[in-house]
Ligand binder design. Structure first.
Ligand SMILES: Nc1ncnc2c1ncn2[C@@H]1O[C@H](COP(=O)(O)OP(=O)(O)OP(=O)(O)O)[C@@H](O)[C@H]1O
Ligand SMILES: [Mg+2]
Length: 312
């Protein structure tokens, strides 16, 4: 079982237009809303891989209702915590030449809503017959303390759950101290944490080592079209190349990669197969109609095209 926790969910709206004209009127050709926030993307990919994930998170107003209904339509079990603020909407503007611009609203919660989330998480974990892998993904809403993931990681560990984390900035820094079982920053997140540049697999390997020294048991750094590097629990560092693709948008590829790692871990795949699946999920997301909407057939065919090697 997987429990995908979303403190800052959203409706994702992918807008397609010929060219974005800043400071001018832009008419879009197509607008596709779908459940969003990183945890929703992870849950959607886990569902596509054949798992039965549960999403737990905040939802408010008409957009919150749309989010919950959208998740249920995708056969994702939902545990919703009502908020007084409406769920935010994130815009992903995709231009015909492949340019992608994201416009992300802030989410908001009130002082009593976060304790309610902690209580709900405690209840869900307390009632579970089999301890789920808990996945904390995404930024924090305004009003949440930056060390909240550390608190929640420790809570999940109390119940014996394994914990996967994907976030950025201060929430990432504090989350490391909670000693999660797995983290997956992308290149810029790892660079801003380490204040060092990643320009080749060797520098990525060095920085993932430094990140693991700060607490997590295992971790990967995703490098976009330059591939994926993973320091596994048995101490090997593996690298998965990214195939050349005709990309729609790669927003959500890191979330899809995280879902691949979580699924591979539950299925006890070998390290090489785990990183191959994770990379295939990330790449398949680039071909998908929206973030987290990778198609099973794309994941399967990309797995065959991804080469995996061990880094000395
Ligand atoms: N342009 C691309 N072509 C092929 N594969 C890609 C491409 N971009 C990403 N991928 C695959 O997806 C993985 C995750 O991508 P990326 O590093 O962009 O994640 P991210 O920045 O965390 O994304 P997000 O936070 O939006 O989910 C990469 O490691 C790679 O395997
Ligand atoms: Mg990411």
């Amino acid at each position: 079982m997987f429990l995908c926790v979303s403190l800052n969910p959203a409706i994702d709206k992918r807008l397609r237009l010929e060219r974005l004209r800043v400071g001018d009127v832009n008419r879009v050709r197509k607008a596709c809303p779908s459940p969003g926030g990183k945890a929703a993307h992870v849950a959607m990919v886990l569902r596509t891989l054949g798992a039965d994930p549960m999403w737990l998170g905040f939802a408010g107003g008409a957009t919150g209702k749309q989010l919950i209904e959208g998740l249920k339509e995708l056969s994702i079990r939902v545990h919703e915590i009502p908020t007084s603020a409406s769920t935010r909407t994130n815009l992903e503007i995709v231009e015909d030449d492949g340019g992608v611009t994201e416009i992300l609203e802030p989410g908001r919660i009130t002082d009593d809503e976060l304790p309610r989330c902690e209580r709900t998480l405690r209840e869900v974990l307390g009632q579970a017959t089999e301890q789920p892998t808990v996945i904390f993904s995404g930024s924090l809403p305004e009003g949440a303390p930056p060390d909240i993931y550390k608190t929640l990681i420790e809570l999940a560990h109390e119940f014996g759950s394994r914990v996967f984390v994907d976030t950025s900035g201060d929430p990432f820094k504090f989350a490391l101290a909670g000693k999660p079982d797995f983290v997956k920053p992308n290149r810029s997140e790892a660079e801003s944490w380490s204040r060092q540049t990643i320009d080749n697999p060797a520098s990525a390997k060095r920085i993932i080592g430094a990140i693991l020294n700060a607490g997590p048991a295992a971790g990967a750094i995703s490098l976009g079209s330059a591939g994926l590097i993973w320091h596994s629990i048995n101490g090997d560092t593996l690298f998965a190349a990214a195939p050349q693709l005709s990309v729609q948008s790669c927003v959500g590829s890191g979330d899809s990669t995280l879902a691949g790692f979580a699924f591979a871990s539950q299925q006890r795949l070998s390290p090489a197969e785990a990183v191959r699946l994770a990379a295939a999920c990330g790449s398949a997301n680039c071909l998908a109609p929206g973030p987290g909407r990778a198609r099973a057939e794309d994941i399967a065919s990309l797995k065959d095209k991804i080469s995996v090697g061990t880094l000395a």
